[in-house]
Design a protein around this ligand. Structure first.
Ligand code: PEP
Ligand code: MG
Length: 360
């Protein structure tokens, strides 16, 4: 594995002797995956797939898929995206060389994918053979007043299962491609924004069906995990039921903080500093997890999840995973790993070691 060199490398080596938790990274581009490995990341804890779909060569197909009126229209558009996703994932699997890679199924606020300009509608019309008027009517039907609390995450997988089918197929095909070259990847498929067990049960069945199809076509198989993000208060409360269908939980503390406090993560900066200065909150809850409410929900979900599934793997992939005080909190909650942006991996390694020593 690539390693940091010199004194910094030595310091990291000492930290690694003491830490208990693994340190993974949040990465979705080959450059970030490589940087994270150089900093010592032991896997990917969150590969977001939204940005992959904004690529200029793909966005028209994505819009065609979203604006399609039925499943066959969506499948037509998704067929164009499958080879692209397959190569996205195979490249990441190659770089991560057998380390675990948690790929999160699509979780966009839907409005970000909507056509923005007249020419976007023209492009979708040309690609799909649908009139611009019909596409605009469809966009109006899909309009949401509050997209961050709307038709996103697993809800999209429930209403448009074809999307997650395509992504699951791309993951399994890529994993088998890379396994055939030598080192077998370790895919972990993660379902976002789950609020209860029935959603995850349905998505698990879908993913397992796609896996069985791909393995039968290829005459070979590969090990994989299916899990979910815990990023809604209801998911934390229902963690005991959800754990029946999950091999792992990853705490999405960005959304969990947003939904627990009812404060938009995108707008919090306008007033949170003043709240902290005035002593209304002890710390910025979007930075530090140990804020009454959010941290308690993490502990409660871990406890309820483990009561159902003692071996369930628990990690965190919200921004807090790279904050030293939050890393200490995660050690106390007994998480198996923290995941953070590539450049925070060294600080997380150090914080995890300090937390383990403090605990001991
Ligand atoms: C989260 O909500 O904490 C998370 C990691 O997902 P995202 O930031 O992509 O919503
Ligand atoms: Mg989230």
């Amino acid at each position: 594995q690539p390693e940091l060199s010199g004194d910094f490398g030595a310091l990291m080596g000492w930290a690694d002797e003491f830490r208990r938790m693994n340190v993974r990274t949040n990465a979705e581009t080959p450059a970030d995956c490589r940087a994270a490995r150089e900093f010592g990341a032991e896997g990917i804890g969150l590969c977001r797939t939204e940005h992959m779909f904004f690529d200029s060569g793909r966005i028209t197909s994505v819009r065609q898929m979203i604006l399609a009126e039925d499943a066959s229209g969506r499948r037509e558009a998704l067929a164009k995206l499958l080879p692209e996703q397959r190569s996205d994932f195979s490249e990441i699997f190659r770089i991560m060389a057998g380390l675990p890679v948690t790929i999160r199924l699509l979780d966009p606020p839907l409005h970000e994918f909507m056509p923005q300009r007249e020419s976007d509608y023209d492009d979708v019309a040309a690609a799909s053979g649908t009139s611009v008027d019909r596409l605009k009517r469809r966009a109006t039907e899909l309009h949401e007043f509050n997209p961050m609390l709307g038709h996103r995450g697993v809800r999209l997988g429930i209403t448009y299962p074809e999307i997650y089918e395509m992504q699951a197929r791309a993951i399994f095909e890529a994993a088998l491609d890379v396994a055939a070259e030598g080192e077998a990847p370790l895919p972990e498929i993660m379902v976002p924004l789950v609020m209860g067990a029935p959603e995850l049960a349905r998505m698990r069945a879908l993913i397992e069906r796609v896996a069985a199809e791909v393995f039968a076509e290829r005459g070979t198989d590969i090990a994989y995990l299916i899990g979910t993000m815990i990023e809604l208060p209801r998911a934390a409360l229902r963690a005991g039921d959800i754990a029946e269908h999950a091999d792992f939980f990853s705490f999405g503390t960005n959304d969990l903080t947003q939904t627990t406090l009812g404060i938009s993560r995108d707008d919090a900066a306008r007033f949170l500093g003043e709240y902290v200065d005035k002593g209304l909150l002890p710390k910025d809850p979007f930075v530090s997890i140990d804020e009454a409410g959010v941290g308690e929900l993490v502990e409660l979900a871990a406890e309820r999840g483990r009561a159902t599934a003692p071996e369930i793997k628990l990690g965190i992939c919200g921004e807090h995973g790279g904050d030293p005080a939050s890393v200490h909190f995660c050690e106390g909650a007994g998480l198996a790993y923290v995941s953070c942006s590539p450049y925070r991996v060294p600080i997380a390694r150090l914080a995890a070691a300090q937390a383990a020593l403090a605990g001991a």
